[in-house]
Design a protein around this ligand. Structure first.
Ligand SMILES: [Zn+2]
Length: 320
């Protein structure tokens, strides 16, 4: 393999230095790292081509190659995603346009991750999401990722037991929750975890959202388990089959759904519900529903079988 590389020119363009140290005549707007002897370059007409280490151009379209990222500050970030057909943006990033389910899942997880941050459900490096791929492996947030700025290629792939299969970093330390939910509810391909502030506040203040109804289905709160601990799946397990979400006290929320968008809607709905209840509680006691209203609403949701499981609110919240 040649040591060909790109060097930045004074005018901010890139030039190829081939394996013999010779500077190529061509200049490029953006370049990727070399990978398996090939790099993606963006020419001045904004089209992208593959070049080999001698600078020879090869057609990009229809060619299978490893997805490559732009050189950043002279460093070439490694990358693990493959694509067949796609386009390269002005930063030199290749965006696959193939109907590749993994690529689509990466994009979808990126979209909902950004939304979770923008809506204030996660800050800093809180929260994580996962998606069960067609082969049963899980696409999941890496450890230490900021969901507000995560990019599609940064998600890692773990085996169904949570061990790393592909990716640059270890999976989130909360992977156990994801592994257990994907195993228990295979029809729910997305699992989403967020540190939604009002839901956490409710658990800190001892407000049991499970017994108050607004517009959403009942929300159970699990027993306490330390974040990232092996106990997390165990405390959630009693709710995995009958519910699609839960509050982890002093920690956050988890939602699971067939699509990433539906999982986001659940986190959003749960947090909004918690916000309404906490706002009402700050103003005084919350009026309980009558038993008939409660059963009628549970029946409306198709959850009448949970009537025993969902305690009736007795109107004491806010006065204790
Ligand atoms: Zn967490």
């Amino acid at each position: 393999m040649s040591d060909a590389t790109f060097v930045r020119q004074a005018d901010s363009t890139w030039a190829l230095v081939d394996g013999t140290g010779r500077l190529g005549a061509s200049r490029y707007l953006a370049v990727s790292a070399f990978r398996e002897g090939l790099a993606v370059v963006v020419r001045f007409d904004a089209t992208a081509v593959l070049i080999d280490t001698a600078g020879r151009e090869l057609p990009l379209q229809g060619r299978r190659f490893v997805w490559m990222l732009p050189m950043q500050d002279g460093r070439a970030p490694a990358c693990t995603v493959e694509g067949e057909v796609g386009s390269v943006d002005r930063d030199g990033c290749f965006w696959a346009e193939v109907a590749d389910p993994e690529w689509q899942a990466r994009q979808e997880l990126t979209r909902v991750s950004h939304l979770l941050y923008e809506r204030g459900y996660n800050v800093s490096i809180d929260g994580n999401v996962s998606w069960r791929l067609d082969d049963g492996n899980l696409l999941i947030t890496p450890t230490g990722a900021h969901l507000g700025f995560i990019q599609p290629h940064q998600f890692v792939v773990v085996r169904p037991d949570g061990s790393l299969l592909r990716g640059e970093r270890a999976p989130t330390s909360e992977y156990r929750l994801h592994v257990e939910l994907h195993r228990t509810r295979p029809e729910c391909r997305c699992v989403m975890h967020a540190h939604a502030p009002h839901a956490i506040a409710a658990s800190l203040a001892g407000v049991n959202l499970h017994e108050m109804f607004v517009t959403v289905a009942p929300v159970p709160t699990t027993k306490y388990a330390r974040i990232s601990s092996e106990q997390s799946p165990a405390v959630l397990r009693p709710y995995m089959d009958d519910y699609n979400w839960a509050i982890l006290p002093r920690h956050g929320v988890v939602a699971w759904a067939p699509t990433a968008w539906d999982a986001f809607l659940r986190v959003e709905g749960l947090e909004h519900y918690a916000k309404v209840v906490m706002s009402a509680r700050a103003c005084g006691p919350i009026e309980p529903m009558t038993p008939e209203q409660r059963i009628e609403l549970l029946t409306f949701w198709g959850l009448e079988h949970l009537a025993e499981d969902v305690p009736a609110h007795r109107g004491s919240t806010g006065t204790e």
